[in-house]
Design a protein. Sequence first.
Lengths: 384, 231
Amino acid sequence: MKYLQFVWMNLFRKPLRTTLTFFSLFVAFILFVILGSVTVIFNSDIEMEGGENRLQVSAKYSIIDDLPGSYVQEIQALPDVELVTHATWFGAYYQDERNMIPLFPIEPDTYFAVMDELTISDEDYERMLSVRRGMLAPETMAEEYGWQVGDLIPIGAQIYPMNDGNMTWEFEFAGTYSAGQDFGAILVNYDYFDEARQFGRGAIGWLIVKVIDSDRLTDIATQIDKMYVNSSDPTRSAPEAEAFRQFMNQYGNIGLMMTGILSAVFFTILLLTGNTMSQSFRERIPELAVLKTLGFTDTRVSIFVLIEAVLLCLIPALVSVGIAIPLGSVVGVLLESMPFGFPFAIQASTLYSAIGIAALLGCLIGLIPAITAKRLSIVDALRP
Amino acid sequence: MSGERTNGSIVELNNVSKQYVRGKEVIKVLEGINLHVTNGEFVAFMGPSGSGKSTLLNLIAGIDSPSGGTIKVNDQNIQDMSGPELARFRSVNIGFVFQFYNLLPFLTARKNVELPLLLTNLSGAQRKKNAETALSTVSLEDRANHKPGELSGGQQQRVAIARAIVSDPQILVCDEPTGDLDRQNASEILELLDLLHRDFKKTVIMVTHDPLAAERAQRVLTLDKGQFEGE
Ligand SMILES: Nc1ncnc2c1ncn2[C@@H]1O[C@H](COP(=O)(O)OP(=O)(O)O)[C@@H](O)[C@H]1O
Ligand SMILES: [Mg+2]
């Protein structure tokens, strides 16, 4: 304890320098914890419910591109295909332009048959079929907005105006379905949508293909892509779980990018802090010799140096971890409210890694000073 | 040569030599040094710059080791001691006063004086009390909470002396303790060393250039080219 106090005073001998170093480390560790958690989420196997026997077929170069609606019949005609359905990205917002919500025009009969993990009551399903402007929402969303059957819901469109140029569509709430996942979209009737939109008629966003034999999933994917490779709308087909990840990776290879950023950050930090440490170490070589003269052993003096380096890194890391937990929930709320938002939470493993990395970083930058301190000869260090 | 204790030899050097090897060059700094210092004696080493005074002092204080010969301090042969043994030896037996004070700039006077006590089992309160006693011995009790930068050279050297005596070592080793001070401050420091020698019965071994400083000593030994003059 008495030694710790001494090391502590050493650490703060130049308060401004120490504070600045603390601050840059603090920022780095906050970045690490947040980005690290994102990486963990992206790299973890995204659990898909159902979908083991499904392919997603989208435009080859961008998921945002359309595909011709004729592909539905063509793919349906393939021998190993059980059922094909499709969906389209509407680009919807509700009430406020920033409040993006996923909305897909679909054909309910094939859609619910292919997406067999979705559950819907017969009543709501029948209503959806009979109401042209009908819309279905995941239960949680309907609850959140307080939608009741028969309500007319105004939905802002970012891509498709209606025939008369109006960018606000009106749908009639027809009921709810259960998505079983966080990722749930509003569903509207494709037939109505296609007829009422000003442009893009006959096009669809992507197809979902249920195959008879899931072992043949990748073969069929290859087969489909081959069919269209020389057309003006080539496709990219992938098993659905894979497709979901590719969809997420539209942002770039997030995991890799994050790792890259973090490595760069920590490399810079290592240089910066290492430099601070060696600078402050060089200044005090005579002091270390004085301590040795007073009877402190070589080992003790070198441990002081090492502990100081570890504290220099560990303290800001601990503060970051402390702040990251509340900060993480704010980030989580922000992310989930975004259009392509995904569930986010600070990962405990990232917190432990932050502390581990801090300790390691401290040892790294403290190692050479500590060894030098241990070997330091009193006489040499004190010679003017 | 052995056996005598109280008021016998506290420092005993026999045929001590020290050389530094630099590349192929061997620099002989001390050769055939014999020295007896009696317990409670005040000895001064004089001599031209580079004659080996500091080196000799460092050997006695156990912060450097000889190339040959034996060094006995307070009945312990220190020439063969390991690093940790020497560290322990220094903390118990030696108080060191440097020319440039060598206080730690970020610690208050009291914390500086307390430093050697960190190596003891004393409680925090006891350490504080002892440090304050040492500071009052050097008449600086009112500067206990000042940092070295806020003290004059003479005051800093007094703090350094307080640090040297706080764990009550028998031997004070001073390397040009007045070398960086003006007349007035120098004579105050010498007064203080005199007091420690007279009233506290410390053995004082001091290197100096200053004849006035040397006058305080009971015995002055002059080094020239690594040997005592007249030997
Ligand atoms: N670590 C060392 N390496 C090489 N030469 C040294 C070393 N320490 C001292 N010397 C040399 O030993 C000689 C005596 O030095 P020193 O004891 O400091 O002299 P003084 O204190 O009498 O001025 C000088 O010539 C000095 O250059
Ligand atoms: Mg000297």
